[in-house]
Design a protein around this ligand. Structure first.
Ligand code: HPA
Ligand code: ZN
Length: 354
């Protein structure tokens, strides 16, 4: 590399293009797989703990950060649920949501479908109204404040009984909570989609959109169950579909969206390294995949970080990057009008914020 020290101008012609790192421009994207509780950054955990007089089991930020070495999904979930203890008031939920949207806007996110885990808060004695209203109060003005249209997804914990989920869904419907969809998350193996057939039937009847985590740690057969028994429109993760060629063909034919989270898969050891991630093979197979951050405060990055690392690892072409962005928009639960705005923006048109 030429030496730029000393302020000596180097003629442009002498620059070796291979030495110059030009960051890829951010594309407008929809983030479809994001747990709001997974956006709690260590600094905010400490600030909220102090505000609420909660004693944390870590004495410093560094001590907390040392815990971010995960061996599998459960090892992450243990820390993720423990850290939620600092969320006590509507203001706490609002602060967390505000911080995510601010960072997501800088990552190029223009539409976000945000999951929250009401049962995890109810179990700690936090009323449904507190968590739902705290998050929803910030989402209500997200487009004006951050240029990001948003909607809320109530995610249910699959390691709890279906009756618990049904009771909470009833509570959400009774309070007329502003939720657009339901999802299914938490410990996957041993908790197949079929366990939640009644929950999904009820949500469908209530006019809610349907998505579920499947094929993250669980087998490809869980993806098939989510489609056949729960009638989901979208699969969260879904990477293990690659073990079943017939399923891949079905997903391609039906254009079923898979909300893939590469850095999450590396950190939770679903794949050994990013180089082993199936995303390029999924694109090559014609699957409808998008790139998402899942729990960005825990997995080392937001959507832009996921894209940057994918580009560096796989030299993703501009065409593939645009395809991933377009997939995210097409696969969202946004109105057709909003999708058209975002696709226009992706194709070089003006951004529309309202
Ligand atoms: N998988 C399952 N459940 C979750 C996750 C995840 O990555 N993040 C938060 N809850
Ligand atoms: Zn997830």
């Amino acid at each position: 590399m030429d030496n730029f020290a000393g302020g000596t101008a180097v003629p442009e012609t002498e620059l070796d293009a291979a030495d110059v790192e030009v960051p890829a421009p951010l594309l407008p994207v929809a983030e479809l797989h994001l747990h709001i509780e997974g956006t709690l950054q260590p600094e905010l955990i400490f600030a909220l703990a102090e505000r609420n007089g909660i004693e944390l089991p870590y004495s410093s930020l560094d001590e907390l950060r040392e815990r971010y070495e995960f061996t599998d999904l459960q090892s992450f979930l243990d820390l993720y649920y423990a850290n939620m203890a600092v969320l006590q008031t509507e203001e706490d939920f609002a602060a967390m949501t505000h911080a995510y949207l601010e960072r997501a806007a800088a990552a190029g996110v223009r539409h976000a479908e945000i999951m929250m885990d009401p049962q995890a808060h109810l179990a700690r004695g936090i009323p449904l109204e507190t968590c739902v209203n705290g998050v929803a109060s910030v989402l209500a003005t997200s487009q004006e404040d951050f240029g990001i249209s948003t909607l809320l997804i109530a995610a249910f914990l699959r390691d709890l009984p279906e009756d618990s989920a049904l009771e909470v869904l009833d509570g959400l419907l009774a309070m007329d909570a502003p939720i657009a969809a339901i999802g299914l998350d938490s410990a996957e193996v041993g908790n197949p989609p079929s366990k939640f057939e009644r929950l999904y039937a009820k949500a469908r009847e209530a006019g809610l959109r349907l998505t579920a985590h499947a094929g993250e740690e669980g087998p490809a057969s869980y993806i098939i169950e989510a489609l056949d028994i729960l009638s989901v429109e979208r699969i969260d993760h879904g990477i293990r579909c690659m073990e079943d060629p017939d399923l891949v063909e079905r997903l391609v034919d039906a254009r079923i969206p898979l909300t893939v989270c590469p850095l999450s898969n590396v950190r939770l050891r679903a794949v050994d390294t990013l180089a082993d991630h199936p995303l390029p093979a999924m694109l090559a197979a014609g699957l409808n995949v998008s790139v998402n951050s899942d729990d960005p405060a825990y997995f080392g990055g937001y959507v832009d970080d996921n894209f940057a690392q994918l580009i560096a690892e796989f030299q993703l072409s501009d065409f593939d990057r645009a395809r991933l962005a377009a997939n995210s928009i097409h696969s969202s639960f946004a109105s057709e009008e909003r999708k058209a705005e975002l696709l226009n923006e992706l194709n070089g048109g003006e951004a529309t914020d309202s």
